[in-house]
Design a protein around this ligand. Structure first.
Ligand code: SF4
Length: 402
């Protein structure tokens, strides 16, 4: 027994930063195991030798071994801290990690829309008018306001002869006509991927098909897309239950398009319901969800799988940011949608060592950097990347600004 005790002490002294913690845990249990029953049985160091031992002893050994493991980790950490202090190494031990999703943040459509406003200000001078928030992000909108952009909700709010920019979400034909009728100078910042959906919808409508749009009522992109055809011509659904309620003239002449920023999984369910109800359904092979939305959702799934809590940087009215929060939650993490560092609550992190960060397609990288710095100041390590791939998409500027 004395021999076994000194073996155990030797075992404790082996602790170092690179020591295999799983092995250490197993050995802790094993040495106590040997102590409890018979020193010879467990001297091999292999874990564990249960045969011939009653259940109570087994449990006791696990409890004692586990407690030793935890205590020794604390001692080990203290020793490391002391060593780092002596060596004048900054004393911060990063058992708390930060993971960053890639891709995250600005997409090509948002980049282009912001550049359109900035270049318009540079070329034509302030003020320039923008119909609706150019992209759904508070920080971006405030930054452009500071540079001289004026945001309005209706074309009629723009003075005669002024320059008006349509936001990245696109506008209906009625809004376009109204602006033309007012003689305003127009620049269109509609994302080319939204325009592609507009053209798809128009083609189906002109072919005489009943068009169904999968999307969320009230979102400006949905209003703009539905408005490519006359009022009442497009039916809107958001869930499989909505599909069951649809009334169409000819079930053999039905086509669909989708909003670009939906949840991939939810949309697949809605399209499955549409195909089940209308076997001759026309439409895209899968959906019209854009590359940026799909990539950010895939990256967020991977991020959430390794995180306790996920911070999604994006504004409350940003559709794709809200979808990222849902994706993270469905993947098992606690998730928060925040505009920026000012929304962080220290209580969110008290029980969480692994924090994942992602950002919606309209959230700038500076907000990510601020959140990373906030966490770093509270003992979190430098971020590690969880990447599902890089993006290299670019969209050209409108003719007036080239
Ligand atoms: S999220 Fe997609 S559709 Fe929306 S602006 Fe970005 S690229 Fe375009």
């Amino acid at each position: 027994m004395v021999g076994e005790g000194s073996l155990f002490l030797n075992h404790l002294l082996m602790i170092g930063p690179s020591y295999d913690q799983n092995l250490f845990f197993k050995k802790s249990v094993n040495y106590f195991w040997g102590y409890m029953k018979d020193a010879d049985t467990c001297s091999s160091g292999h874990f564990p030798c249960y045969e011939g031992t009653n259940m109570m002893n087994q449990r006791l050994c696990w409890v004692v071994g586990g407690s030793v493991f935890v205590s020794v980790r604390i001692i080990s950490r203290y020793k490391q801290e002391l060593y780092m202090q002596q060596q004048a190494i900054p004393v911060t031990l990063y058992s708390k990690s930060v993971l960053l999703a890639e891709p995250r943040g600005f997409c090509a459509g948002v980049d282009r829309a912001i550049e359109i406003v900035e270049r318009s200000l540079a070329v034509y001078g302030a003020p320039v008018y923008v119909r609706h928030e150019i992209v759904h992000n508070r920080y971006v909108v405030q930054g452009l306001k500071d540079k001289g952009a004026l945001f309005v909700e209706e074309v009629d709010d723009v003075p005669d002869g002024a320059l008006l920019i349509f936001s990245a979400h696109g506008v209906s034909q009625a809004v376009r006509k109204r602006a033309d009728g007012r003689g305003l100078r127009l620049i269109d910042a509609t994302c080319p991927l939204v325009t592609k959906v507009h053209l798809e919808l128009l083609r189906h409508y002109q072919n005489g098909d009943q068009v169904i749009l999968v999307g969320h009522a009230g979102h400006p992109e949905v209003e703009g897309t539905m408005g490519q055809a006359p009022v009442g011509a497009v039916l809107l659904v958001a869930t499989p239950a909505d599909v069951a309620l649809l009334q169409v003239n000819d079930p053999e002449r039905v086509a669909f398009v989708t909003q670009t920023t939906l949840s991939i999984d939810d949309t697949a369910d809605v399209i499955e319901a549409l195909r089940a109800r209308f076997p001759h359904l026309k439409g895209p092979k899968r959906e019209d969800i854009c590359y940026a939305t799909s990539n950010r959702q895939r990256a967020t799934k991977a991020l959430a799988a390794s995180s306790d809590v996920v911070l999604v940087i994006g504004s409350e009215n940003s559709s794709n940011s809200n979808r990222l929060r849902e994706v993270a939650e469905r993947s098992g993490a606690t998730a928060y949608l925040i505009d920026g560092v000012e929304d962080l609550d220290p209580c969110w992190f008290s029980a969480h060592d692994r924090v994942g960060i992602t950002a919606g397609a309209s959230a700038p990288e500076v907000l990510v950097e601020q959140v990373v710095a906030w966490l770093h100041a509270r003992g979190y390590a430098e971020p590690e990347l969880i990447s599902v791939g890089k993006e290299s998409v670019n969209f050209g500027l409108p003719e007036q600004l080239r």
